[in-house]
Design a protein around this ligand. Sequence first.
Ligand SMILES: [Zn+2]
Length: 647
Amino acid sequence: MEMHTNKSDTNARSTRKKVAYVAVLALVIILISVIVASLVHRKILGDSSVEDPPWHRARLPKSLVPQHYRLELKPDLEASVFTGAVEITLYCLEPTRYIVLHANLLNITADSVFLKTFRGGSLTLEDWFLYPKNEFLVLKSKTSLETGQRYVIGIKFQGQLLEDMRGFYRSYYTANSTRRYLAVSQFAPMDARKAFPCFDEPAMKATFDVTLVHQSEHSSLSNMQIRQSEVRSGGWVADHYYTTVRMSTYLLAFVISDFSFKEGVTGVHDIVAVPQMGVPAMENWGLVVSHENRLLYAPQLSPVWKKEAVASMIAHELAHMWFGNLVTPVWWDGVWLKEGLATWAAVRGVDAAEPTWMVKERYFVQSLHQILLVDSSNLSHPLQLTVTGQDDVGRGASLMRMLNTVLDGTFTKGIVKYLQKYKYANAAQDDLWECLTEAAQEDGRTDVQVKDVMDTWTLQMGFPVVTVIRNYSNGSVTVSQRHFLYDPEANVQESLRNNVWQVPLAFMSRDSGNVSRDNGAMSSRDVLWLKKREEDFRSSIDASSWLLANTNQTGYYRVNYDVTNWRLMAEDLNSDNFQNIPSQSRAGLIDDAFNLVRSGDLAPAVALNLSRYLKREREYLPWLAAERVFGYLHMMLADTNSSSDLK
Ligand SMILES: [Zn+2]
């Protein structure tokens, strides 16, 4: 009992002791967590004493711009992590104590962050913290940085080499049943900040000295050539690259792998195929990275279309070296411009190299008809808002084609001006319009104010259908326009219904007659502008001859005609003279006619009568157009009583 009592006494004492320990421990834990929380809070949320702090805004402040980066990255492929160090030279445009830059999912090494003057004078860094909401890293200087002075910041960091195909990521392939890893970058549009702290906006251009550290059995690639390889301990090699040109962060590229590379495929550019990639291909400056499916072509095994697809992809990415890389969009709403110009240039490039593929004609017929189709919905959007997919790229390219037709040789001249003026810098669409207008005026083309024209095509949603009504007794032609929609009852804002475009009309007639404002003589190359909702023109065309208003369908719009003109065209098409109408126009007529039926603007009999001529057609483009519209007809009539009539 005593013993028992004693024991229970001992137990009670030890329990009290334990409680005391636990209490002390709990207190310590609470204290530590409060301290840590306050530290973390400080490191994450920043300085709450500042009113309207710059890191609360989504865009980088304009007080500091980067000039040069010295960047070293060392990925560990097996451990799936990387470490790095960056030193950034900054130029101060406005006095500030805050250096705001991007960093996302990076661990910043606490005691590594420094700030100094460009000449090496030390400056006190009062604090630094991450602001994850805007993916910012903020450095707070004790004293204000001064306008016109240069400064250097330095940061060491670690990150994870995830297999997420964004930023600096890990990819793999299997050889001899073992998995081999490679490290690849995909920074566009805004994942460079996931690889290193940087000013990750397209207009924040700078030069870069890149060093990639890898195991000796691997090799590295970046935008530039290797200047020097340095052997380091532990089997590591540091490849130091030549300084880049002035460029945007999203165009940097790094690849570390055990691939062997074919030298000199394109001369100055490397093109590398990787097994996992989030986009089909990326136009990194000097190092195009492509998904392997898109790049690899085996002459004995791949189908013929693959050769053309690979050529087109390479041409597109190389065209970006000028449109996008040399001259970069100011912001991401201008992406359509680089995509449109690169596509337009690439199509012409491939066409020049392999004219027998007919890439130019085919691309424009194929993509124009596809885009006109998707752009006829009330769910479409203005081009300048953002490039959301392949259709917007084609839409941009089609607008460039229209502008090129209108401006003729002046277009190329304007493009050269634009590249010269904005090289190694950034430009928005208005800058291109200005260069094109300048070139047009130098060439005596005073009729075109490119901005006025193009704003109607890029800032408004959709496109117009132009209706041509001829008066066969007095020769006058009334041309009107309205927003083309498949469903005229569609829920569209009233303001959109009033959209007016500046439409370049390129007329052609069966006889030599033409259309003009004042019945004056005009060459067939001339363009007449429809700038109002409706205008009257004069024509010298015989009443027995058809009139075509969008010759070769170079304009991004549809055309409807009066019934007599449709009949005149159908008569000619259904005769041995059907080639009086050029093949691109024949393709355009087929596409327009059936889509006008779909929107309720044209009687089905008119379109079907027109299409009867196809039994004579031996050219590819009109059949390409027919395939699309018949496919739609077939789909709509498949389970109806009319399906046998269609056949
Ligand atoms: Zn592109």
